[in-house]
Design a protein around this ligand. Structure first.
Ligand SMILES: CC(C)(COP(=O)(O)OP(=O)(O)OC[C@H]1O[C@@H](n2cnc3c(N)ncnc32)[C@H](O)[C@@H]1OP(=O)(O)O)[C@@H](O)C(=O)NCCC(=O)NCCS
Length: 149
């Protein structure tokens, strides 16, 4: 049941674990982000104090992932909102069991306003995540192009 999938606001004491999970996310998605774990910790601590919402996913009192998002007014549709999902991560040994979809549903149902558009970027090096988002109902909207010189 979705009720078993607990989402809670992250606290300062979660920062070291969040930074470790962020490092695993960077590795898994093939990101070019070169930040070290201490640098990720410092950035995570800053986000906790910002308008980014950092939330922990728990199941049976065990942390199995996290998400980071920000809610802003939708400039294209006044009166509605956009949720930008910046990071979304399920621990490696908890994948492919329906957790990702369940926590996404929990965010949409309990943490995002209604009506709300949900946006996120997927790296080209992360086709598995692209399939995941498609399975959860997302469609392609744009492609970010990069020139390396
Ligand atoms: C992407 C991620 C969140 C998926 O979480 P998960 O708990 O494994 O996903 P679920 O088990 O809920 O899967 C939901 C559906 O997506 C599909 N799916 C999930 N990961 C997939 C993958 N790597 N390749 C193909 N399909 C995948 C599942 O088969 C399932 O399909 P269904 O509709 O037939 O049931 C997880 O793999 C992860 O944290 N990856 C590393 C971080 C990352 O890439 N985050 C997203 C950045 S954009």
């Amino acid at each position: 049941m979705v009720d078993d999938f607990k989402v809670r606001k992250a606290a300062e004491e979660d920062v070291p674990l969040l930074a470790e999970m962020n490092a695993r996310l960077i590795e898994d998605e093939g990101s070019l982000n070169p930040m070290s774990v201490p640098q990720l910790e410092a950035r995570m601590a800053e986000w906790l104090e910002s308008d980014w919402r950092v939330v922990i996913f728990e199941f049976d009192d065990e942390v199995i992932g996290y998400g980071i998002f920000r809610i802003q007014p939708d400039e294209h549709e006044p009166g509605t909102h956009v949720a930008h999902l910046r990071q979304f991560f399920i621990e490696r040994d908890s994948r492919d069991k329906g957790f990702g979809r369940a926590y996404l549903v929990a965010l949409i149902d309990n943490w995002f306003p209604r009506p709300c558009r949900v946006e996120l970027d997927v790296l080209a090096t992360n086709p598995g995540a692209k399939t995941f988002w498609r399975r959860c109902g997302f469609d392609d909207y744009s492609t970010r192009m990069v020139l390396k010189r």
